[in-house]
Design a protein around this ligand. Structure first.
Ligand code: NAP
Length: 483
């Protein structure tokens, strides 16, 4: 297959928080990778903006170091670093003061795409949005990009939305959920809506249940203090898992257009049933010998969850009676994320020996390797008579697509290029985010009101025992977490 890299239009991209962790680990190495791939125009301008007192040369050094540290092996082979660094500039700016704004204005060019990436804490979103307008820097064609967390509950998300809406139109606001930038996540839409095969089966008549698992083997590490104020429900379920659920469950949009897609996702979130206390399990790692969440968080009395497993349902015709099981956690047995669509058993088998576990399963893997498998039943090869075996039809992207998969942009790269192209399909709309919080809030409030204590699980395990029971009660079991 021939790789097609379509260059984007000339642009000025300002990264507020250009000296921060996210910019250094993801955004700037990602931009460099697009530059090496030939996707970025030679006259693109990238301006770092933060309070640190740097000049352009100092920022270029910082970016060169970041690329060396976080760029990975493909970047080491790209000889374009000096040309890329030439595209960089820097402004010392205070989001809450007057310093730097006049200078930033002089650096922005007319007639090119202007994008402002708010890679700063959400407490600064409103300040930056306001100053971009009051200093006459932004206009109605400018785009702003905001990072998660987008609020910590419905009220704070509404406040954030209001502070951005006061300055920018919704069509200018790009809320990033980097899960939506993953190749496989977009493939989910291609599989569902680009094939005749699946859509007729994609409903309660043929699907037994759906599992969405996002498991990490690492703990909260250096983010302990930040994470402790958030927990798995806010950090993962309200955004990433919810977005995956939407793409699996939404009705076919009339066209592949940002609002058509997001309208359908919103309907899914609004149709989500409340989760009863017995349908959700919270966990915290910290068994006898292994690492403990409380140590990592620096709070020996923390009740924040590092694990959530829950069962929910979607109240509409397509999904009536189909459970969606979601789980996510840290310090689990393996780093693996997948969506598994488990089909119902055969209504009648003509074979005596049907073997174990004969249900068809479509599994969409997001990490560590992106790919798709479909478990099907075949005859076991050999002379042993009509014995059946269940085997995966396997399409690991790295094997099937070869170099093309190697060169595929990572989630951040793809999303930033989408901002420049002006395509909002893979970004969350304000009403989507609010609907997701409206569903999440009662769960978190319930824990608080009941003084819920998370179940302790061993680091390196599959999570708390109670999470197994959540499916056992329904006569089902979680898929294996091993890679
Ligand atoms: P960080 O390392 O603390 O960086 C914050 C950046 O903001 C720094 O460049 C800082 O530079 C700048 N800044 C702080 N106050 C400022 C002010 N008043 N005016 C102008 N600049 C200011 O944070 P981060 O980890 O990069 O995270 C940035 C955002 O991305 C946060 O919203 C975070 O939740 C989100 N996020 C981060 C990650 C991640 O992996 N790091 C992942 C997902 C989402 P100066 O101190 O020089 O001003």
């Amino acid at each position: 297959m021939v790789s097609r890299v379509i260059p984007v239009d000339p642009f000025d991209l300002v990264i507020f928080g250009g000296t921060g962790d996210l910019a250094r680990r993801k955004i700037l190495p990602g931009l460099f990778r697009r530059f090496c791939a030939g996707q970025m125009p030679q006259d693109a301008q990238i301006i770092g903006a933060a309070r640190s007192d740097l000049d352009a040369a100092g920022f270029r050094d910082l970016v060169a170091d970041a690329i060396a540290e976080f760029g990975g092996k493909t970047l080491a082979e790209c000889g374009e670093l000096p040309a890329f660094l030439d595209r960089l500039d820097y402004v010392t700016i205070d989001a809450r003061g007057d310093d730097g704004w006049a200078e930033l204005k002089t650096k922005m060019r007319k007639g090119v795409v202007a994008a402002y990436y708010f890679s700063v804490g959400p407490g600064l979103f409103g300040d930056i949005a306001k100053r971009l307008n009051s200093w006459g820097i932004a206009d109605k064609n400018s785009r702003i990009v905001v990072e998660k967390p987008f609020g910590r509950d419905l009220a704070s998300a509404q406040d954030l939305n209001a502070s951005l809406a006061a300055e920018f139109d919704e069509t200018q606001i790009y809320r990033i959920d980097h899960y939506l930038g993953k190749e496989t996540v977009q493939n989910l839409m291609a599989i569902r809506f680009g094939n005749l095969l699946f859509e007729p089966l994609w409903n309660a008549q043929y699907i037994d249940h759906i599992q969405i698992s996002v498991a990490e083997s690492v703990g909260v590490g250096g983010r302990g203090a930040y994470y402790d104020k958030s927990g798995a429900m806010r950090d993962m379920v309200q955004n990433h898992l919810m977005q995956l659920l939407c793409l699996i469950a939404m009705e076919p949009p009339s066209k592949f257009d940002p609002d058509a897609v997001r309208d359908e996702k919103l309907k899914v979130i609004r149709a989500l049933q409340p989760v009863a206390p017995h349908e959700i399990v919270r966990g915290q790692y910290g068994g006898n010998d292994g690492p403990s969440y409380r140590d990592d968080a620096g709070d020996p009395r923390s009740f924040t969850e590092s694990y959530v497993a829950l069962k929910t349902q979607i109240a509409n015709w397509r999904w009536s009676g189909v459970p969606f099981y979601l789980r996510t956690g840290k310090r689990l047995k393996a780093r693996t994320s997948e969506i598994a669509v488990v089909f119902k058993p055969l209504p009648h088998s003509i074979f005596d020996d049907v073997g174990e576990g004969g249900q068809n399963v479509l599994a969409i893997q997001l990490q560590p390797n992106e790919g798709i498998t479909l478990d099907v039943t075949i005859k076991e090869p050999g002379p042993g008579g009509m014995r059946l075996a269940h085997v995966p039809l396997d399409m690991t992207f790295a094997e099937t697509l070869g170099d093309e998969a190697e060169e595929a942009p990572d989630a951040y790269e793809r999303l930033i290029m989408d901002v420049i192209r002006g395509n909002q399909t893979l970004f969350m709309r304000g009403d989507e985010v609010e609907a997701a919080w409206a569903w999440t809030d009662p769960i978190i409030d319930g824990w608080r009101d009941r003084h819920d204590v998370p179940k302790i699980y061993d680091a390196g395990s599959t999570g708390p025992e109670d999470a197994l029971a959540l499916l056992h009660r329904d006569g089902r079991r979680w898929r294996d977490l091993s890679v």
